[in-house]
Every structure is written in structure tokens, then in C-alpha cells.
Design a protein around this ligand. Structure first.
Ligand code: NAD
Ligand code: DAU
Length: 356
């Protein structure tokens, strides 16, 4: 079995659902259930004996020790993090606590567990750390995309905390020999994406008749990847990645924020036109820019393709259509998130420290 951390968040829950859909290997899913953790994402595997949910913190060493001893996972996949750049600007404390201290404690627990395994299990064990392209900083418009050799130049408290965690993972390999893998992925989008991030925020605001807030001129560029493609890349790296290596993951899909929002508006105009016949584009409004806003990210994903044969299955056109369709079909999920009811539901349904 494998231990997934942060598996009630956006990417983690997609990963757990995909994992269980694709095979029978059980998952222990450890998640603190911060505001970003939502057990409703995992409703379809509630009661599935292959999925054990545990509410807890990656920084709780005693808990991690107990889980590792009890379940003896062959791998840990670490998604758990504070993930929102804007929140890190308003207050970085939780980012330092989870992304840096939490990763450190998880690494230490993993090392203790791994070092006592029998030789075969020890050789097979993996610690896969899920990281971001933001550790590389920002790119000039005509600069080549980030390769794995690009210097780390994080610019936000969020990306600095992720960069620190990547360095810890690297050091635990170099110094202690822990069998680690690190992935640095570009912007994800898809189902269960918390509507504080650009794409889901624009969809839900558009449908609610609210303004669509574009930071600054909207010409910032991100490289978008459909979330299940990120999940398949992680599975592939876990399966065949070379120990101690980092793999950049991206969608070959550079778009400006404004282009993204135009696409979302156009899809909504087609799929759920406004009652007054006007385009959702009329709701677009330019607001103050994000402090320290990185201008451009772009991933060179040739290494993972060359070494592991991975390429994204979705194009942006297919992925964004699926995503908008999912939000239209899952108004109840959005309503639960926006009202905060998903948190009450967790308490009633599972109690403290219990799970699916
Ligand atoms: P998310 O914010 O949606 O989910 C994070 C999850 O981690 C939540 O369920 C939360 O409850 C949990 N968590 C937070 N602190 C915890 C702690 N101390 N212990 C246990 N669980 C804790 O994030 P996401 O967008 O799904 O991102 C997942 C990972 O992927 C993060 O490490 C992020 O840095 C990385 N990443 C995200 C993107 C993206 O576009 N969203 C891209 C590249 C990499
Ligand atoms: O690149 C990978 C990263 O992508 C991940 O590591 C992060 O966890 C993830 O949150 C994401 O970071 P971004 O800052 O790129 O994502 P966000 O959705 O917050 O913003 C995307 C772009 O849209 C960014 O240029 C800021 C802009 N934006 C965002 C919001 C929420 C707006 O213009 N308006 C908005 O309201």
C-alpha cells in the first residue's frame, strides 16, 4: 500500500480517485483538513476498504511513526501543503509550518521507517515529493522554459517555502540516502479545484453574476496542465523515476490569464448563456496586481518524456471543456464549498480523526 498526504485537497483527491480506479493497491490518506481539504472530494470512495482516511498533520511525528509502523507503506506521496500564493502574501506562518517544518518531520519519520526495513523492502521504498514550477521564479517573455537544471529563484512566500522543502528532500537523499523523487509541476486545473484559484474562481463568479477579477493587465503567463495528467505523471515517476532525480511536469500549454478567462467566458456563453443574452466577458474587471507577481512560468517537460515516456493526454481545449462541464454539473459541490457546509459535513459524517 501507499501513504498519500494531502489527499483531500485538489490534486491529492484526484490522485487517490485515479489510483483506486486504476488498481487494487490500498491507500492510506493522511490530511489535516485545513480549509482546502474537502472529504466530499472523496465521497465516491467512502466505504471502499482500499481507502483509509486519517485526519492529521504531516508535522505530527508520533502520528506518522504510528501510521508507518501500522501500515508499512511501500511509498509516501507528499501532496500536503499550503498551496495558495495570495494567502502566503497575507500570512506565511502556516506555509512555513507545513511546507518546511512538516516536510522535514515527514522526511525524518520516513527515514526512521525506511532504515529499519528488510533489504528488499528498503530497496523498493520511495518518498515522492510533489512540488511546483514556482520554485524557479519568473521567466522573461522570450526565455526558454524551465528545465530541471534551472536555478531556484522563488519569489513568493509560498514558492520560497516549497523551494525550502525541495532542498530538504534533496539533502535527505544526499546525506542519508533516502530514496526520494521530486516532481515540479506547472499550474493544474480540473475537478475539485478550490474556487480561490484562477480557473474555478472565474467559473463560479461568472455563474453567480459576480465580477471576474484580473490582476493587473492579465498578460501573466502560466503553463496549464489538466489534473489527471499530473496524476499520471506522478504514477509514472513513482514507478520508474531514477532515485534522487527531479522531473518537471507541464502541459506545453502557455496561456495568458486574460486568454484563460476569455476561454471560460466563451464556453459558458455556449453551455449556459446568461439570461440577458450578454457575454460573461462583460463581467471581467481589472483589479490591483498581486505583489511580487511572477510574470511567466513555462515548463520544459522533455526529461520526463524522454526518460519515462510520459506526455499529457489532454489538450487545453479538451481539458477546459471538461472542467467547465464539471463545475456546471456539480453546483452542489460548489455550493457546499462556498457556504462552508463541507466543513460541517466532515464533522458530522466522520467525527474527529475518522474517515472514509
Ligand atoms: P490544496 O491546497 O488543494 O490541498 C492541500 C491539501 O493538503 C489539503 O487537503 C489540506 O487539508 C492538506 N494539508 C495542508 N496542510 C497539511 C498538513 N500540515 N498535514 C496534512 N495535510 C495538510 O493543494 P493542491 O493544489 O492540491 O496542491 C497539492 C500539492 O501540489 C502541493 O504540494 C502544491 O504545492 C503542489 N502543486 C500544486 C499545483 C497546482 O496548480 N495546484 C501545481 C504544482 C504543484
Ligand atoms: O505554477 C504552479 C502553481 O500554480 C502551484 O504551485 C500553486 O499551488 C497554485 O496555486 C498555482 O499558483 P498561481 O499563483 O499561478 O495560481 P492562481 O490560480 O492563484 O493564479 C493564476 C494566475 O491568475 C496568476 O497569474 C494570478 C492570476 N489571478 C489569480 C486569481 C485568483 C488573477 O488574475 N485573478 C485572481 O482572482
Amino acid at each position: 500500500m501507499i501513504l498519500v498526504t494531502g489527499g483531500a485537497g485538489f490534486i491529492g483527491s484526484n490522485f487517490v480517485l485515479d489510483w483506486l480506479a486504476g488498481g487494487d493497491e490500498p491507500v492510506v490518506n493522511l490530511d489535516k483538513l485545513t480549509y482546502a481539504g474537502n472529504l466530499a472530494n472523496l465521497a465516491s470512495v467512502q466505504g471502499d476498504v482500499r481507502h483509509t482516511f486519517v485526519q492529521g498533520d504531516i508535522g505530527d511525528s508520533a502520528l506518522i511513526d504510528r501510521l508507518l509502523a501500522e501500515h508499512r507503506p511501500r511509498a509516501i506521496v507528499n501532496f500536503a501543503a499550503e498551496s495558495h500564493v495570495d494567502r502566503s502574501i497575507h500570512g506565511a506562518e502556516d506555509f512555513i509550518a507545513t511546507n518546511i517544518v512538516g516536510t522535514f518531520r515527514l522526511l525524518e519519520a520516513a527515514r526512521g521507517h525506511w532504515s529499519q526495513l528488510p533489504a528488499d523492502d528498503k530497496a523498493a521504498f520511495r518518498f515522492l515529493h510533489v512540488s511546483t514550477d514556482e520554485v524557479y521564479g519568473t521567466l522573461a517573455p522570450d526565455a526558454p522554459a524551465f528545465t530541471e537544471e534551472h536555478v531556484y529563484e522563488p519569489n513568493s512566500p509560498y514558492s520560497a517555502s516549497k523551494a525550502a522543502s525541495d532542498h530538504l528532500v534533496r539533502a535527505w537523499r544526499h546525506t542519508h540516502g533516502l530514496p526520494v523523487l521530486t516532481t515540479n509541476c506547472s499550474n493544474n486545473y480540473g475537478p475539485y479545484h478550490f474556487p480561490e484559484k484562477l480557473i474555478p474562481l472565474m467559473i463560479v463568479n461568472a455563474l453567480a453574476g459576480k465580477p471576474l477579477p484580473i490582476y493587473g493587465d492579465g498578460q501573466q503567463v502560466r503553463d496549464w496542465l489538466y489534473v489527471t495528467d499530473h496524476c499520471s505523471a506522478i504514477r509514472r515517476v513513482l514507478e520508474a523515476g531514477r532515485l534522487g532525480e527531479t522531473y518537471n511536469i507541464g502541459g506545453w500549454n502557455e496561456k495568458t490569464n486574460l486568454a484563460i478567462v476569455h476561454t471560460i467566458c466563451d464556453l459558458l456563453d455556449e453551455l449556459q448563456p446568461r439570461a440577458d443574452g450578454q457575454s460573461y466577458r462583460t463581467q471581467i474587471t481589472h483589479v490591483q496586481d498581486r505583489p511580487g507577481h511572477d510574470r511567466r512560468y513555462a515548463i520544459d517537460a522533455r526529461k520526463i518524456e524522454r526518460e519515462l515516456g510520459w506526455r499529457p493526454a489532454e489538450t487545453f481545449d479538451t481539458g477546459i471543456r471538461k472542467t467547465v462541464g464539471w463545475y456546471l454539473a456539480n453546483a452542489g459541490w460548489v455550493q457546499n464549498v462556498q457556504s462552508g457546509a463541507y466543513r460541517d459535513w466532515v464533522a458530522t459524517q466522520y467525527g474527529v480523526g475518522q474517515g472514509a
